[in-house]
Design a protein around this ligand. Structure first.
Ligand code: CMP
Length: 137
């Protein structure tokens, strides 16, 4: 599935009214939307999604933030999708992200950084599966 990746437009960006601009950047960057919906993550959803970060000091803060308001989850398709979306998203820390990237434009800090982008093809499959299940098979 190296032609698909998974993204979350996070609560900060949705609340700031940036959903349309971010989707436009993704589509303008050559991605096709394969699935998308707005949802509100439960604590259970967020704890499962970020299970790999469970032992990090920021885990509680991360779950609080991701459950603080609606998010937009989507599956995106493009050649070399994971790498391409991570480039478009920019560094996890918006202050370190390159000019013109989504996080540089719309992120606030390392926690409130506007978007999630899968970090591997394997995680893209797992993460898409958590929100879109059978639709993606
Ligand atoms: P994301 O790509 O969604 O995956 C893990 C998230 O953890 C990451 O984006 C950041 O938003 C968040 N994160 C990483 N480091 C920190 C930190 N030091 N404090 C708060 N959140 C963090």
């Amino acid at each position: 599935m190296n032609n698909r990746t998974f993204t979350i437009i996070k609560p900060d960006a949705v609340a700031a009214g940036k959903t349309g601009r971010i989707l436009d950047m993704m589509i303008g960057g050559g991605f096709t939307l394969r699935a998308m919906r707005m949802t509100r993550m439960s604590r259970e959803d967020a704890e499962k999604f970020y299970a790999i970060h469970r032992d990090r000091p920021f885990f509680g803060e991360l779950v609080d933030f991701m459950t603080s308001g609606p998010v937009v989850v989507a599956v995106l398709e493009k050649e070399d999708a994971v790498k391409s979306l991570r480039e478009l998203a920019g560094n996890t820390d918006p202050a370190k992200a390159a000019e013109g990237t989504i996080r540089r434009l719309y992120g606030t800090n390392v926690g409130c950084n506007a978007v999630h982008a899968s970090d591997s093809d394997e995680n893209a499959v797992v993460e898409s599966g958590q929100f879109f299940g059978e639709e993606m098979k």
